[in-house]
Structures are given as structure tokens and as C-alpha cells.
Design a protein around this ligand. Structure first.
Ligand code: FAD
Length: 294
């Protein structure tokens, strides 16, 4: 490690502490940068062959019980500057929680980021996943991003350098999204705050927000909903170990308290097989599954 680095390097850190499902084994190494400049310095010093994994708020991850080799780079918490660039543009670093972006934009009378309010991830995770809700998605707002690959310099790239699709983005490989400049629309006083309240209320009414989950497990197939297919296969409430298909929203799997990553992964496979057998549709996972088996 370069001596100028000011972040924290941890070893054998339990990843269950960092995922919204509250499961996941140990990270061999974890780096927590002290700010964006420190993150950039750390990335520049990485060898191109080092196995690395970017961690935001861990709200779309199933990390297996055997954990992760290499280095996890944890961007939450510290890489969190956000500024108003001009009347319609906001600059945010990758560790800024999506909910903060929604609130910041609304407070500054800028419309378009309200959907971020209920997405419990960071901007970095939202860029990687093209997170979206209620008909809006992250890349609709992106004008420019800064990226950096291991051992390389920072690049400024325009949104159209990337191939963006439903919950996926190509063109980043394993580089880090360091920041984004978002373009919003001027709005009337308080309108955004009201819309945020409405969207959060809708979420609370339809999702098991009080239990550990990763949100939607499966992508919606074209012209259909994964939740509808799972419910039609009579799987709501189906349990495997400590993992359960939510009784409130069929596309959520909740950790009822003592689930392992293995329980969740086996339940995902079971649901996929049953839906395929009963509905003739092969569901694809939205959640990222990675790491070693115990
Ligand atoms: C209750 C609940 C509700 C949810 N609702 C929604 C929803 O409405 N819509 C939706 O789209 N998602 C939803 N999700 C899923 C999740 O919040 C989003 O996918 C979110 O964008 C993930 O962000 P994160 O910071 O938690 O990323 P993580 O889960 O930490 O990581 C996800 C992926 O992003 C990569 N990544 C993270 N940071 C960076 C970075 N800086 N640079 C490059 N790659 C990076 C990781 O390596 C990984 O591949 C929900 C989850 C929960 C728990």
C-alpha cells in the first residue's frame, strides 16, 4: 500500500455486516477510502491482475458464505460529496446514497430524481445496475461519469459511451464509477418532496421493507412481471431454511432471521425451476450472486 493513502485496510471482514440480506462470508481484504482522492490513489496503485470488487450499500448482492478472495473496495460512507453545479446539474460521488440525491434535488427544486428515494443503494451501485423505479431509471439522468480501472488513470466519459439496458450497463468492465453529473429539470416549489412521500408510501404498502432483502430477486421478463409469475406458481410464503418468498411481494426473498447465503441461493433456484415448470418462463436473476461456497 502507498504510504500516502489515508483510508483503512481491513482483513477478514465479515461481509454480512455490509449486505442488505445480512448474509455473506468474509472478505480477505477490504479497503475503505477516506475520500474520493484517496479512492483514486488506491485504484491507481492496484495491479491489473488483483481480484477486486466494488461494494456500495450491498443492497443488490448475494455474497456466498465462503466469502470473497482479493480486495473489496467499500465506497459507502466516505466518498460522498454532492454539489449543485448550475440550475439543472448535480454532481455526486459514487458513495452518495440514492435517497440523499432524491432529497437534495427536491430541496433544490429539481425534478427527475424522486424515484431514487426508495432505492437503498449508492450512486455507484445505481450506475452499475441502472437502478430504476416507477418508470424512471438512473441513466435517464446521467450526462457524464468519471471512471477508473485498476492501475489506470481517471477517465471522463459521456453517457452515450455506455450501452445501457434494463438493469444493466455495458462498457464499464470491472472499473469503478467514481462520480456522475446528473441532469435534472427545474420544478415548482415542494413538488418533488410531495412526490417522494407518495412514492415511499407506495413502496411501504407493497414491499416487505421491514425485513432484510435485496429488493427484486428476478428481472421482469418482457411484457410480464416476475412477481406475478411467482405468485401464480403458489410460491408466496415458501420457506427454505431461514429464507422465505415474501408474503407481501413475491419477487422479494426475505431473511427471516437466520438465513445463510446458501438457503437464499437454493430458494432462488427452486423458485426459478418451479416458475419454469408451471409457467414456462425462465426467470433471470437481477441480484448479483458471487463468492465462494463454504
Ligand atoms: C428494499 C429494497 C428495495 C429495492 N428497490 C429497488 C428498486 O426499486 N429499483 C432498483 O433498481 N433496485 C432496487 N433495489 C436493489 C438495489 O438497491 C439497487 O440495485 C442499487 O442500485 C444497488 O446499489 P448498491 O450501492 O447497494 O450496490 P451493491 O449492492 O453494493 O452492488 C451492486 C453492483 O454494483 C457494483 N458497484 C457498486 N458500486 C460501484 C461503483 N462505484 N463502481 C462500479 N460498480 C459498482 C457492485 O460491484 C455490484 O456489481 C432494492 C433493494 C432493496 C433491499
Amino acid at each position: 500500500m502507498t504510504s500516502q493513502l489515508t483510508g483503512q485496510l481491513l482483513s477478514h471482514e465479515i461481509l454480512a455486516k455490509y449486505t442488505s440480506w445480512r448474509v455473506g462470508g468474509v472478505a480477505e481484504k477490504m479497503y475503505i477510502p477516506s475520500d474520493k482522492a484517496d479512492l483514486e490513489l488506491f485504484i491507481a496503485g492496484l495491479s491489473k491482475d488483483e481480484p477486486i470488487f466494488w461494494l456500495g450499500l450491498g443492497s443488490n448482492l448475494l455474497i456466498r458464505d465462503g466469502g470473497l478472495a482479493g480486495t473489496v473496495i467499500n465506497t459507502r460512507g466516505k466518498v460522498k460529496q454532492m454539489t449543485l453545479v448550475d440550475e439543472t446539474h448535480v454532481y455526486a460521488e459514487c458513495g452518495v446514497p440514492c435517497a440523499h440525491i432524491a432529497r437534495f434535488c427536491a430541496e433544490n427544486n429539481l425534478a427527475g430524481a424522486e424515484f431514487f428515494a426508495g432505492i437503498p443503494g449508492t450512486l455507484g451501485g445505481a450506475l452499475k445496475m441502472n437502478a430504476g423505479a416507477f418508470g424512471s431509471e438512473t441513466w435517464n439522468l446521467v450526462e457524464q461519469v468519471e471512471t477508473q480501472a485498476a492501475g489506470a488513470a481517471i477517465e471522463k466519459r459521456k453517457a452515450n459511451d455506455f450501452d445501457v439496458d434494463y438493469r444493466s450497463v455495458n462498457g464499464i468492465d470491472n472499473a469503478c464509477f467514481l462520480s456522475a453529473t446528473l441532469k435534472l429539470t427545474p420544478a415548482k416549489d415542494q413538488k418533488g418532496q410531495v412526490l417522494i412521500k407518495q412514492l415511499l408510501a407506495k413502496r411501504n404498502a407493497s414491499q416487505p421493507t421491514h425485513l432484510p432483502s435485496c429488493g427484486s430477486v428476478f428481472r421482469n421478463p418482457k411484457d410480464d412481471y416476475a412477481a406475478r409469475l411467482i405468485e401464480a406458481s403458489n410460491l408466496k410464503g415458501y420457506k427454505l431454511g431461514g429464507a422465505e418468498v415474501s408474503t407481501k411481494h413475491a419477487n422479494f426473498i426475505v431473511n427471516t432471521g437466520n438465513a445463510t447465503a446458501m438457503d437464499i441461493e437454493q430458494l432462488i433456484s427452486y423458485v426459478r425451476d418451479e416458475v419454469n415448470k408451471k409457467q414456462g418462463v425462465e426467470l433471470q436473476t437481477e441480484v448479483c450472486i458471487l463468492g465462494r461456497y463454504l
